[in-house]
Design a protein around this ligand. Sequence first.
Ligand code: ZN
Length: 65
Amino acid sequence: MPDKTCQNCGDNEDTLFEVYRIYLKLDLDYFDPDMSKIIESKAERQSEMWCSSCCNTYPNLTKSD
Ligand SMILES: [Zn+2]
């Protein structure tokens, strides 16, 4: 059985999820610590396999099909 490795943190995990990484762009002129000033978000076109911890920590879109 092949090892499954999270493409974000590199940990070996039993369960990985196929997701699209989302890049967030903040309005740095009005930066606030709540990160409420997100002016743009862009999804990576290439999907990646992430562990559940990364899915909960970093912005991403779950692959739907
Ligand atoms: Zn991970």
